[in-house]
Design a protein around this ligand. Sequence first.
Ligand code: GLC
Length: 552
Amino acid sequence: MTSTLSEQQLLVDDPTWWRQASVYQIYPRSFADANGDGIGDLRGIISRVPYLQRLGVDAVWLSPFYPSALADGGYDVADYRDVDPKIGTLEEFDQMVEALHGAGIRVIVDIVPNHSSDLHVWFQQALAAAPGSPERARYIFRDGLGEDGSQPPADWTSIFGGPSWTRVPDGQWYLHLFAKEQPDFNWDNPEVREDFHQTLRFWSDRGVDGFRIDVAHGLTKDLAEVLPTQAELDAITEPGAHPLWDRDEVHEIYAGWRTVFDEYSPPRIAVAEAWVDTPRRPRYASADGLGQAFNFDLLEADFDAAQFAKIIADNLALSAASGSSTTWVFSNHDVVRHATRYALPARNGRPGKQGRDWLLSGGTEPVADVDLGLRRARAATLLMLGLPGSAYLYQGEELGLPEVADIPADQHQDPAFFRNPGVDPGRDGCRVPLPWTRGGASFGFGSGTAHLPQPAGYADLSVEAQDGVAGSTLELYRAALALRHELQTDETLQWVEAPDDVVHFERPSGWHVVTNFGTEPTALPDGEVLVTSEPLDGGLLPGATTAWVRSA
Ligand code: GLC
């Protein structure tokens, strides 16, 4: 499926390319390992460009590949303008961009602005400098409480568990909303703001097409002289009133970033990771800000017709209001893979992270219905790929990979696993390196063993096992992504009357998407059946199945 040069040129010049793109998330350490050291690398990605092209995605988003001590899987960045030597070099990065662009695939990189690594040169300088120095003013340092300052400035709990303030040898404390190796920047400091403009230009100049903004609802903080307690923070419900999250001032920063994005042609794009109340999301997605924001609503939903229909309707209305296109996500490097979530009992719309308790039990309690989970995941994805807006896919979901639940405790890597023992199972189970072949030391991931253990079941889920096999999950994704290009149309849909357990909508091109969330087979509209997530049953759509139909 090679596109012609003129097609590629068209892609490059289109400033709206992102609006309905399918974007494939690569977690570089776990994608493909070219040098056999057990860690995925840029040369590994280059070697798999033909695979990505054949898959049919419009863009890739790379999770951090920057120098990092991996206190948080690379989201602890020691240098924002370099490549980790274990992953590659800047030269290889340029080669990767060239190879991806040559295949008509755009490149989005992850920017982590809320915090750096404690190994970042600025933090090291801050540690070496005195309290009150300009070096310390790039981060958030405070004196402690109590006569000798031995109590933290506040009793806050970090996202990964444990305290949010850590003491340095001279007695001061610094703030880290995540791991202690991730000190929060002081975004009131113009030097910090200027430095991120430089970083955005650095990667834009290297041909990067856009940015995924980590914890975009962090950054600015309103830190009073006397800090509130954790209990007081927890009691804040008014939107925009929290001193640490989702402050209105953060949008001034993104307005500045927009001027940087617009220095390029086509303008660089950005997508915000902002875990905020749904009505607060459009500001992150506004055209004079980041332009697009993740919508995690489907990711938190059960496999349920009413929940899906409401989420779709609400988000289309929301994106129409912001002028952005909406985004859809089922899986990423932070959550239990959707093939596994859907194998577990429904949570009946309760918010929160599905599958965590199951992971804590080592994947035994309750018993996961693996076949049903995969079947639902395929149906859900085929529905998503028919929706208006951008679809974000996470590496391995095209193979139907389940969450890995039996990683031995001593082989875990995620700080969340260690900081909150027995409470947070961590996120390693979705970060296990991909299986490319049926056999080999790491199922073709590399020539050595992989940095996280892979389960034996990976053999049958490998690319090799699914390539060219009718009905495989890989072939379903390929077929759907190719058809999506062909059928793509205005960012609208029309609901079609359907039984309670069925979601049915039509896009302007006569493209019908019908998902049966129930168990009883249901009728399909008249027309040509283009693709189905499972075989039809005597012309009817079986339970937990999606079909695309083109009406005459
Ligand atoms: C985001 C990332 C997550 C990381 C956190 C801190 O939520 O997706 O992986 O741990 O930010 O950077």
